[in-house]
Design a protein around this ligand. Structure first.
Ligand SMILES: [Zn+2]
Length: 304
């Protein structure tokens, strides 16, 4: 462990319960209670939080043990990272102790498909968070494992456009995330990992199968864009929209599938502040995301 530049995770705090006990609160909501050496532990924590303090006497042995515990829980971070956005630090910490963070090839950049107000406010928010946006991915030849996350954004549930982009991303084997406005709510998702998770077509088929008003739903889908409810925005909704999408993208770029929730439709009602997470099961014979090339040919015996 390179100790010089390590400091306590800024989102950790502690409570001195009484003279003997001290409780360390982690950003993921868990806590550790120490029931001995409360004062020595307190001093060690204070120094780890602000290394420039030099008038505190620290018990070296206890300090070493505390550092070891903190280190295994991902609660010691490099001091240069401490200035990162708080949301990024919280995402990074989430799931560290449970090993939930996916390893492997996560996209490192994004590309935005779609136009309109939502697309524009989302872009501003992503840029402010330092996320790399590739403007026109079709102009470059990008190898499969470096493809950006495709984010499809529209001001209404533009069914044809969303489905077209879904099919395109799946064909490219490119991860894709959907964001649009529908029925007075933001709809975020699904986040699709081609070949592994449910796609937008799976979501639509499932929705149709479980709807009490399938005919109405179908009518919405075949309506012209101009007939559908449209995002109009304004100061509050724009900020919410940007924040929702950027939060989601940060979890995806961090590879934290526990937070980015593939195969889930997230609906956010900005007035009631209700957030609904609806899991979607993949359809085994989905016309878009299943492997139809290997479909068994119908044999004559199947007809008998
Ligand atoms: Zn599908």
């Amino acid at each position: 462990m390179e100790e010089q530049n390590l400091i306590l995770h800024p989102d950790v705090h502690w409570v001195k319960v009484d003279e003997k006990r001290i409780q360390l609160r982690q950003p993921d909501g868990e806590h550790i209670t120490f029931d001995e050496h409360a004062n020595d532990i307190l001093n060690a924590l204070k120094v780890l939080r602000t290394p420039s303090i030099n008038d505190i006497k620290v018990d070296e042995s206890i300090s070493e043990q505390i550092k070891e515990i903190l280190h295994t829980r991902g609660l010691l971070i490099h001091k240069d990272n401490a200035s990162n956005f708080q949301i990024q630090r919280l995402i990074d910490q989430h799931g560290v102790s449970g090993g939930k963070v996916a390893t492997g090839k996560n996209p490192t950049s994004v590309t935005i498909m779609g136009e309109g107000k939502l697309a524009s406010v989302s872009k501003t928010s992503l840029l402010q968070a330092g996320i790399k946006i590739i403007d026109d991915q079709d102009k470059f030849s990008i190898s499969e494992d470096k493809l950006p996350l495709m984010i499809v954004i529209c001001d209404q549930e533009d069914h044809d456009f969303l489905q077209k982009m879904n099919a395109k991303a799946i064909q490219n084997k490119q991860p894709i995330l959907f964001f649009r406005w529908f029925h007075r709510s933001f709809k975020l998702g699904p986040f699709v990992v081609p070949g592994e998770t449910a796609c937008l077509n799976c979501a639509h088929q499932r929705e149709l199968a479980s709807s009490l008003f399938p005919n109405e739903l179908l009518a919405y889908r075949s309506s012209g864009r101009d007939d559908l409810p449209v995002y109009n925005g304004g100061p509050v909704l724009d900020q919410m929209a940007g924040a929702l999408l950027t939060r989601q993208v940060l979890t995806i770029l961090s590879g934290n599938y526990d937070l980015s929730e593939p195969s889930t439709m997230i609906t956010v009602d900005p007035v009631l502040l209700n957030i609904k997470h609806s899991p979607i099961l993949r359809i085994p014979r989905c016309r878009v995301c299943s492997n139809y090339e290997n479909e068994p040919l119908r044999a004559i015996r199947d007809q008998l």
